[in-house]
Design a protein around this ligand. Structure first.
Ligand SMILES: NC(=O)c1ccc[n+]([C@@H]2O[C@H](COP(=O)([O-])OP(=O)(O)OC[C@H]3O[C@@H](n4cnc5c(N)ncnc54)[C@H](O)[C@@H]3O)[C@@H](O)[C@H]2O)c1
Ligand SMILES: [Zn+2]
Length: 399
């Protein structure tokens, strides 16, 4: 018998990336956008990918920033919104990187926009020459509090959300809440959906801030009050954004590669992905997440893990921020069970359902039954009825 030889390769991959708040990012005297981690400046032509709304609203300012800083830039403008998180858009970025002649390390592309363009460029960068660095500037609330911390990128494929993706965090993400001044109300509420989730799983103080100031933060678009006015101080916006980012970072860091499939940040993401895809383009991600948070809270209340007063408080905060608690697709037992089945495959055969045991606390369940799902679907039906006749609150009313 011939001797069988074998080899084993073991290596470690240290990962470090930073999320930096930078007020006045587009001020030509602010060097943050030009710096690479470690403080060096990039070289060569930089590809700057802009979300189409960002290009419309800030394009002139962005172009002036780079030209005043004498950086040679080639621009690519891509549409936001979920339908564009596609392989075709990823290839568009790859073709542009070829055209620009991007260096492997020293001229990282910069993406300025919402979560969709950040994911598209993130995946393109992870594939290009098997991976190049990039710089991420999220300009939506959801982008600033959620995508900003993410190590991964993904695109939709075959009718499933984020079916193709990669784990390659950009070395730098820059946050400037001034971009939120132009984000439409509905998109701000969408971001609030993820903040709401973070508050529910681990941060009672954040929940209380949402309870007290959530609606006003949306109204003032997270901006500082005008000089001399007594409006909501910017420190509230900073605390809410800061707590959401810190909470996410704390949860992600010990499990960045998701080897542990029991993740509390998956709260709100167990039943919603399929519903969200089926509802496209009617439901935004954060809207579907907020509904899933409530769907899961109904299961928790049904089991006695939280009491009715806590359930009511949770639903009331969502409503106060203009987040609908329910949607007809969440009442469709077969669809929700299908969604859960795919989630179970995603969690490698286990439900691993994060469930509230209080506001700011979770446990994990692996024995949720079809009967419980049916009752939660019926509960979502009740919440739908409660919405009927509430003017100006319909989902899809593009406020
Ligand atoms: N990589 C991750 O781990 C991760 C984490 C969370 C979410 N995501 C993804 O993020 C996506 C959602 O991101 P999103 O909510 O930012 O959506 P989005 O990128 O579609 O942006 C929403 C809309 O806002 C517009 N916009 C962007 N910035 C603006 C500004 N400053 N002013 C006015 N309009 C502006 C966009 O053009 C778009 O029409 C989802 O696909 C989700 O899967 C990814
Ligand atoms: Zn999410």
């Amino acid at each position: 018998m011939p001797r069988q030889q074998s080899w084993k390769i073991q290596a470690e991959l240290p990962v470090e990336y930073e999320i930096i708040e930078s007020h006045g990012l587009l001020d030509p005297d602010n060097p943050d956008l030009l710096r690479l981690p470690g403080g060096r400046r990039g070289t060569g032509t930089r590809l700057v990918v802009l979300d189409h709304s960002v290009d419309e609203l800030y394009g002139a300012e962005i172009r002036s920033y780079f030209s005043k800083n004498k950086v040679v830039v080639d621009y690519l403008t891509l549409p936001g919104s979920e339908e564009n998180k596609s392989i075709e858009r990823v290839l568009e970025v790859v073709n542009k990187l070829n055209e620009v002649g991007t260096n492997r390390l020293s001229s990282p592309p910069i993406v300025i926009g919402g979560g969709v363009v950040a994911d598209v460029v993130g995946l393109a960068a992870s594939l290009y020459r098997r991976g190049i660095p990039f710089v991420r500037v999220p300009t939506t609330l959801l982008g600033q509090v959620d995508v900003s911390v993410a190590a991964k990128s993904g695109i939709n494929y075959g009718g499933y959300r984020n079916r193709l993706g990669a784990y390659t965090p950009p070395p730098r993400t820059l946050i400037d809440r001034r971009f939120l001044a132009t984000v439409p109300d509905r998109q701000l509420r969408n971001g609030m959906g993820e903040i709401f989730k973070m508050a529910l799983i681990k941060d009672l103080r954040l929940f209380e801030l949402l309870e007290e100031y959530g609606a006003e933060l949306i109204e003032t678009r997270f901006q500082d009050p005008r000089a001399g006015s007594t409006g909501l101080p910017g420190t509230v916006a900073d605390e809410v954004i800061g707590r959401a980012i810190a909470g996410m970072a704390e949860e992600l860091q010990p499990n960045l590669w998701e080897k542990d499939l029991q993740r509390s940040v998956d709260y709100g993401h167990s039943f919603s992905p399929l519903v969200e895809m089926r509802a496209l383009p009617e439901l935004l991600h954060g809207e579907a997440v907020a509904m899933d948070c409530i769907f899961s809270a109904l299961i928790a209340a049904d089991r006695g893990l939280i009491d009715d007063a806590q359930l009511e408080r949770i639903i009331a905060v969502a409503r106060r921020m203009g987040l609908e608690p329910s949607h007809p697709l969440f009442c469709d037992v077969a669809l929700v069970l299908d969604g859960l089945a795919d989630t179970v495959r995603h969690r490698d055969g286990r439900q691993n359902l994060p469930m509230l045991t209080g506001i700011g606390q979770v446990c994990f369940l692996n024995d949720v039954t079809e009967n419980e799902i049916e009752r939660a679907c019926a509960g979502m039906g009740g919440l739908l009825d409660a919405n009927a006749g509430r003017p100006g609150q319909r989902i899809g009313s593009d406020l």
